[in-house]
Design a protein around this ligand. Structure first.
Ligand SMILES: [Zn+2]
Length: 137
């Protein structure tokens, strides 16, 4: 069950970032090409966070559709399904531009530190995303 490893990777990023503070909510962007089943991921999340500092934290998924740009005709747009091909000319020679992400986008921490909502993710989401991607790839 591949969702279990995805959930474990998210939990690792979240708990490392929380540094022992209580986590209320974790927002995650998951690309369509990751083939993650939301209900299975939710179930796995409950499992990996059970009796950890993340227990009770809500996992909020945002699914990112697959997009690509065609090397044959230059068209870029959504890739609605498999096989991944250009919706304009049907070529399979498509460069994926979105849909492979697995990114912890925001972590909502305990209100014990007033208003403290993961500033590092807010101020520099790009860098955070890259670090996360490497972590979970
Ligand atoms: Zn094309």
């Amino acid at each position: 069950m591949h969702e279990l490893s995805v959930a474990a990777a998210i939990a690792e990023v979240a708990s490392r970032h929380a540094g022992g503070r209580t986590v209320h909510r974790v927002d995650v962007r998951v690309g369509y090409l990751r083939q993650v089943v939301p209900s299975a991921l939710e179930f796995s999340w409950q499992m990996v966070t059970h009796e950890t500092s993340l227990e009770g934290a809500a996992l909020v998924l945002e699914e990112v559709p697959a997009r690509g740009s065609c090397r044959a005709c230059g068209h870029s747009g959504l890739l609605p399904g498999f096989p991944l091909c250009c919706s304009a000319c049907g070529s399979l020679d498509v460069a994926i531009t979105a849909g492979e992400e697995l990114v912890v986008e925001a972590i909502e921490l305990d209100a014990a530190a007033p208003g403290e909502i993961d500033r590092s993710a807010d101020s520099n989401p790009h860098q955070w995303s890259r670090a996360t991607g490497r972590q979970t790839a």
